[in-house]
Design a protein around this ligand. Structure first.
Ligand code: CMP
Length: 132
């Protein structure tokens, strides 16, 4: 059993995809064990994505993630970290496999609907970031 952190990003909330996305994970056998809705401050978004702070897209990423409410949630299940990433699809929706969340709903690599922890180490930092 693993736990991982996912975030429905402002574009996903704006497109009214909260229910669709949560159902997809539940239908795949996962449990949603914690969830909230909030609008990140610049400081919070910068800290959450601090690993990317030297990347050229950092400023745009922070600006997008603070543009409206997002919905972070904790997913629990077998092999959750890897399987959640498979269900989300590749970061760039044009490379995402058919039937994945990003292939079906994302507009671009910047506005890609959903975030998921990329490793056990990230999940262990990202879950307490939102849920203490
Ligand atoms: P996410 O999984 O939330 O992690 C960092 C985000 O930066 C990523 O999804 C993308 O939305 C965004 N991003 C924009 N450009 C890039 C890029 N070239 N490589 C990786 N992530 C990018």
């Amino acid at each position: 059993m693993e736990e991982t952190l996912s975030i429905i990003k402002p574009d996903g909330v704006n497109k009214k995809l909260i229910g669709t996305i949560l159902k997809k994970f539940e239908d795949n056998g996962f449990e949603i064990i914690n969830i909230k809705r909030l609008t990140l401050t610049n400081e919070q978004a910068g800290e959450f994505y601090s690993i990317h702070k030297e990347r050229p897209f950092f400023k745009e990423l922070v600006s997008f993630m603070t543009s409206g409410p997002c919905v972070p949630f904790v997913i629990k299940g077998e092999n959750a970290i890897l399987r959640v990433r498979e269900i989300m699809g590749a970061t760039d929706p044009s490379e995402a496999a058919e039937g994945t969340i990003r292939a079906d709903y994302a507009d671009s690599i910047d506005k890609n609907i959903i975030h998921g922890s990329d490793s056990k180490e990230s999940a262990e930092i990202e879950i307490p970031f939102f849920f203490g």
